[in-house]
Design a protein around this ligand. Structure first.
Ligand code: FES
Length: 158
């Protein structure tokens, strides 16, 4: 007699119940883990993405720069002053293999010495070399003479 493919015999039904109980146990444990972690996540993200004051505008001349870390102490970044009233902030990690980039003010570009990569300091786009992605760019705002840097902007990353 042919058996419907979804019909289980007695032995496999026991095994299925055991598998289901195991699955339930895992699901309950995973749920408990998520519930326990939930209150920590938004607090951590909110803290790491909060805008921070990086410098007094007056301490960076036009064509100058300042290195800083954002959003965590493990993320090197560079703030450049392109015009008297215009600053830009980027990750200092080359998007090719993570070497630190250097600002070349006279050419308004960033240079990566590892494999001759170049990025436009105006928008972080790739000018030449092996990198394929633009530099991650961060929001910059002037508030009462201070330069603040905030979360990453994505308009040049698409
Ligand atoms: S790491 Fe920058 S070009 Fe290779």
């Amino acid at each position: 007699m042919n058996q419907h493919p979804n019909t289980h015999r007695h032995g496999s039904s026991k095994s299925s119940r055991r598998e289901f109980a195991k699955f339930l146990g895992c699901a309950v444990m995973a749920g408990a883990g998520v519930a326990a972690a939930r209150p920590l996540l938004p607090v951590t993200l909110a803290k790491s993405l909060a805008p921070v004051a990086i410098a007094q505008a007056s301490e960076i001349p036009v064509g100058g720069y300042k290195l800083f870390r954002y959003p965590t102490k493990d993320d090197p970044c560079i703030l450049v002053r392109l015009e008297a009233d215009r600053f830009a902030a980027y990750s200092q990690r080359c998007t090719h293999l993570m070497c630190p980039i250097h600002f070349q003010a006279e050419k308004r570009q960033f240079y990566c010495p590892c494999h001759e990569g170049f990025f436009n300091a105006e928008d972080g786009s790739v000018l030449a070399g092996p990198p394929r992605r633009p530099l991650p760019r961060y929001a910059v705002e002037l508030r009462e003479g201070q330069v603040w840097v905030g979360p990453e902007q994505h308009e040049n990353n698409g």
